[in-house]
Write a new protein. Structure first.
Length: 286
């Protein structure tokens, strides 16, 4: 990283570089190295430990797909649990669903929340102050392993499986999430870019297998998560939830009564169609 350029270090032999017009915040937090800077193309950008996490320009794709797909597929989600998501984008999108009565968000790093509220305010858009939101500063794995509450949808908006995010890709975490779900509940999670990280989807499916009857993935193209489509893990005991027709999803989306920038009912159903290279990797686990 030079004085005015930020080089992402996620992959040892390939990366992307951002020109930093202005560094808004840069410091080690209790758990990780955090930087927020301005870029002419992507607006405000946040990175943790050398890996781009979110940008103002394209965050809506990721946050809409990780939120509206499970909630609308479930059809009657009242209680939602978010693991991670300190920038507030997932919380913002969850709260757009009026039928959701209670949201618990568990974030390990208080400073990430505070810095994002200050420097990326459009991500949360006031969601942290919503009375339906309950913020818990804690380790996500420990929370689900000891939680006695039940949730209809659990969304794991975690970093890559390095550093603080590593525990959120382990079997014990998935077991804890299953125990926190109501009957017919849905678990979804960020699961990397399969073209660049081919082992992640395969490993995740294998680790979900003992706890969920239906394990799959759906996809979203997020420009700053380079290397092709991003895969989002899906797990439930009800396989019908990811096989609902576009017409059913469209009815639910219309009833929800809000507009989106990327998500549509057709995108929802189409996102479960996986490219062959990913299908082949996942077939090893079946």
């Amino acid at each position: 990283m030079s004085d005015n350029r930020y080089l992402e270090t996620l992959y040892p032999s390939y990366g992307q570089q951002f020109e930093m017009e202005e560094v808004l915040f840069r410091a080690p937090t209790e758990h990780q190295e955090l930087i927020i800077f301005k870029n002419a193309r992507f607006g405000r950008v946040m990175a943790l430990d050398g890996v781009i996490q979110t940008t103002e320009a394209d965050e809506f794709i990721y946050h809409e797909m990780l939120t509206h797909v499970p909630i609308l597929a479930h059809g009657n989600a009242k209680r939602v649990l978010i693991i991670g998501g300190g920038d507030g984008g997932i919380l913002r999108e969850v709260l757009r669903h009026d039928q959701v009565e209670h949201v618990t968000q568990v974030e390990i790093d208080q400073q990430v929340i505070e810095m994002c509220k200050q420097h990326l305010p459009n991500h949360s858009a006031g969601a942290f102050d919503n009375p339906r939101a309950h913020i818990v500063i804690s380790d996500g794995k420990e929370f689900v392993m000891n939680c006695t509450e039940k949730f209809d949808v659990i969304i794991s908006d975690c970093t890559d499986p390095i550093g603080p995010g590593e525990a959120l890709f382990e079997s014990d975490f998935y077991k804890g999430c299953k125990n926190c779900l109501t009957e017919g509940g849905v678990f979804v999670a960020q699961n990397g870019v399969p073209f660049m990280q081919p082992d992640e989807a395969e490993t995740t499916k294998a680790r979900l297998q003992p706890f969920f009857a239906d394990r799959s993935f759906y996809c979203a193209p997020v420009p700053t998560y380079i290397g092709g489509i991003m895969s989002l893990a899906w797990a439930s005991d009800n396989a019908e939830l990811r096989q609902l027709s576009t017409e059913v999803i469209a009815e639910r989306f219309a009833a929800a009564g809000f507009k989106t920038r990327y998500y549509t009912p057709a995108v929802h159903t189409g996102s479960f169609a996986l490219p062959q290279y990913l299908v082949d990797r996942l077939a090893i686990i079946d």
